[in-house]
Structure formats: structure tokens, C-alpha cells
Design a protein around this ligand. Structure first.
Ligand SMILES: [Zn+2]
Length: 424
């Protein structure tokens, strides 16, 4: 593996859409995103990979193995948040590409083919739907979603996809399970501080936390703040405030179950100093690990909202934005990565991923695993995001060893057994 070459790719990629704050600005469906994807396609081709795009707009760089059949894949997303860090997504995508380049230079041909995938629109974006590429690849996008999701300018998701060269018809024809791989391993920065605080270079993800998100609207009556007595008001913001505190109280009561709940966005209408808020809209998000259903605290929260609305005489509307289940990774892939880490002498920690990733969607039909790298001070989605290059190198050496082992192993063999003898 050549770290300097990877660093050059990193710098060139970070320069595409670099923000005034020095961060990455390849927001999904933007011009910078398009340029970023063109860069990835060009680097994949230069690495001698067979480059193709799937119906969901993800870019694949494939390297054939000695046999056909299911392939072993790695990769990550090419987009970023509006003013994000340079490592989120890039480390798994450009890192995966470097691993495939290094294997080629070392003359290593695996039994099964290897592939690096660049996923489309993983990050939160203007359509309020993340992981669009991996959802699409797994047949999880509906016509309704494509037609109803709009950006603030009113452009539908279907139109945005078309502008990236994706045919909505072809995308909607993808059925769950059409895309499967022998294994998928994603390298990603942690975006939390567990590894950083404990000074461990590698995290082996045990399960990936999915989020439930809802748009909640309290509708009361906008009135003059001076002329309306306190007992005649239907204040939508006051109702929403009770709602926010209920979210905190209920999620706190589930903290031993690893449930977290947040209201991170709030919109007050009309939002004037001397007008009682007539409408208040908020986005509720609840996350939790695979072992405990998020539906339980969510039902409690909804009941609390309804009680508040009734008591205060305001109307309540709840719209489901997404309900992503949390998924455990494949034990076989996890143990393969762990045994490779041990063989390399790298310390690691087993840990959940508290953020969603493309791997979570692929996990429905393919065995997946994830390798986390430390984020300095736990910072993520910010230009100050940083991961030390020596940790990246360890992560990619571990990725290379894991991909080779997974791609050489017999499909039916259990982990820990010797790989099946190679065909002449
Ligand atoms: Zn990411």
C-alpha cells in the first residue's frame, strides 16, 4: 500500500467543493458532488478496475477473481454534508480503492472478485432522506418517495436523480435481494470519541444503529400577543415545548436500553415577537441498538404528544420520515476481521455504530462488517474532523487482509477453518 498516493487522492478529492470554512462541500446532487463522482470514476479506471454504475447511481470498480459468482465488496459514500470533514466517506472509498490498487501491484488475485463501491447520497441532504444509493440498490425506494420528496426549491427526488444520470424507472425496477455480495466491509471514521478516548486504533462494529424520524406538527391559533388573555390561548410552541421535554424524559427512562431521542429542528409560525405561535413543526429522531425495539419509546412519545395536544386544544399531525431498523453485522464477517486484526497484531475494540451507514442497508441481503477508525476529539461532520494517517494505514491493512480472506474462503466454509484449496 502506498500511503503517499492515497494522500494525494485525498487532497485532490477534498479540493472538490472545498468550503470557505476549509471543509468538504460535496452535498448530494450538487455540482461538487457530480465532480467528486467523476473524479472517483476516473481514479477507478486508472486503477485498472472495470467501472460501471448500478441502477441506483452507485459507481462500482470491479476486479475479477479466479472464479465468478458473488463478489466481496468494500467502499463508502462520495458525498458530504454542507460543510463537513474530509475523512467521512472518503477514508472508506479512497482507502478501498487504494487497497485494490495495492493488491493488483502485489500480484494477488483472489478466488472471488473484489469490488469498491462509491455510494450516492449517503449523508443527510436537501431531500431529507439519507443513504439513497444503498436504499435504491436494495430495492427500498418507492415511487411515492421519488415523487413526493422535494428539495427547498421544489425539485423532486426523481428529478434530482435524473440529473445525476439515474433513471427512476430502472431504479424502481430493482427488487430487494437483486444485489447481493459474498461480504461487504466498510471502513469509516467513528464520528464519536470512544476509540479516541481509549487510544485504540480500530473499532470492529457489532451492530449498526438505525434511526426513526418523524415530522411533528402542533397547530394552534395565532393571535395578538397583547390582546389575547392567557386562558384563551392555543399556543402551538408551548405545546411543542412540552413535547420536547417529554421526548427527553421518556428517552432518559430508557437509557439502560441505549435509546436516545432528539428534537434538533424546530420551526415556529409565524415566528413574530408579538404573535402567539399558531403552528410549530419539529423533527423528532429516536435511535437505539438492535437488541431493543425503538417502537416502544416512540409509542410512549406519541401518547405524550396526543395528551398534550388534547389538554391544550391544539391539533397534532405526525408524519413518518423514516423508520430504519438497527442491524447486527454478520458474525462471520466480524470474526474474520477480528482474526485478521489479531494476526496483524493490531489492538481493537468491539463497539456498536451509533450512526447509520450504507452497510446497514446492504446488511438486509448480504453479510456486512465495518471497521471504525478514531476521530480526533470525536469530531464529525465538521471541517475539523481528523483521523491520524497511521490509524488509517492500520485500518486499510486490516481491510486488505479481511477482503482477501473473505474472497478466498469457500462460500459455505465456516469461519476459522482453513480456506478451501485453490483450484489449479
Ligand atoms: Zn459517512
Amino acid at each position: 500500500m502506498r500511503l503517499e498516493r492515497l494522500q494525494e487522492d485525498f487532497e485532490a478529492f477534498a479540493a472538490i467543493g472545498r468550503t470557505a470554512g476549509g471543509g468538504s462541500g460535496r452535498l448530494a446532487f450538487s455540482e461538487a458532488d457530480r465532480q467528486g463522482r467523476a473524479f472517483i470514476r476516473e481514479r477507478m479506471a486508472a486503477a485498472g478496475l472495470e467501472v460501471y454504475e448500478d441502477p441506483a447511481g452507485n459507481i462500482h470498480g470491479y476486479r475479477p477473481g479466479r472464479e465468478g459468482g458473488l463478489r466481496v465488496a468494500t467502499g463508502s459514500h462520495s458525498d458530504s454534508v454542507e460543510n463537513g470533514g474530509h475523512f467521512d466517506g472518503a477514508v472508506g472509498l479512497l482507502g478501498g480503492l487504494e487497497v485494490l490498487r495495492a493488491l493488483r501491484e502485489a500480484g494477488i488475485v483472489t478466488r472471488r472478485g473484489l469490488e469498491v463501491i462509491s455510494f450516492l447520497a449517503e449523508e443527510p441532504n436537501r431531500f431529507g432522506l439519507s443513504c439513497i444509493g444503498s436504499r435504491g440498490l436494495c430495492g427500498r425506494l418507492s415511487r411515492r418517495l421519488l415523487e413526493e420528496r422535494r428539495d427547498p426549491e421544489g425539485r423532486t427526488l426523481a428529478e434530482a436523480l435524473r440529473s445525476m444520470g439515474v433513471s427512476p424507472e430502472a431504479l424502481l425496477a430493482v427488487r430487494p435481494g437483486d444485489f447481493r455480495c459474498l461480504a461487504f466491509v466498510e471502513v469509516h471514521v467513528e464520528q464519536g470519541r470512544t476509540l479516541y478516548d481509549r487510544k485504540v486504533p480500530l473499532g470492529l462494529v457489532t451492530d449498526i444503529v438505525g434511526a426513526y424520524r418523524y415530522r411533528v406538527r402542533f397547530v394552534g391559533q395565532a393571535d395578538h400577543a397583547g390582546g389575547t388573555p392567557m386562558d384563551r390561548r392555543r399556543d402551538a410552541l408551548a405545546a411543542a415545548a412540552e413535547g420536547v421535554l417529554a421526548v427527553e424524559r421518556i428517552c432518559r427512562s430508557y437509557h439502560t436500553r441505549d435509546i436516545v431521542g432528539t428534537v434538533g429542528a424546530l420551526r415556529v409560525v409565524p415566528g413574530a415577537i408579538n404573535v402567539i405561535p399558531g403552528e410549530c413543526e419539529m423533527i423528532l429522531e429516536v435511535r437505539g441498538r438492535a437488541h431493543f425495539p425503538k417502537s416502544i419509546p416512540v409509542a410512549e412519545i406519541r401518547a405524550a404528544f396526543e395528551e398534550t395536544a388534547r389538554r391544550r386544544g391544539v391539533a397534532l399531525e405526525v408524519e413518518t420520515l423514516m423508520e430504519d431498523e438497527s442491524r447486527p453485522v454478520s458474525p462471520l464477517v466480524l470474526e474474520t476481521i477480528a482474526s485478521c486484526a489479531e494476526a496483524l497484531g493490531y489492538p481493537y475494540l468491539r463497539m456498536p455504530s451509533r450512526t447509520g451507514h450504507d452497510a446497514m442497508h446492504l446488511a438486509e441481503h448480504s453479510p456486512v462488517g465495518m471497521i471504525f477508525l478514531p476521530s480526533r476529539e470525536g469530531i464529525g461532520h465538521h471541517p475539523a474532523e481528523w483521523t491520524d494517517w497511521e490509524d488509517i494505514e492500520k485500518g486499510l491493512r486490516l481491510l486488505a487482509a479481511s477482503l482477501v480472506r473473505l474472497a478466498d474462503e469457500d462460500e459455505r466454509s465456516t469461519n476459522g477453518r482453513e480456506a478451501a484449496p485453490r483450484r489449479p
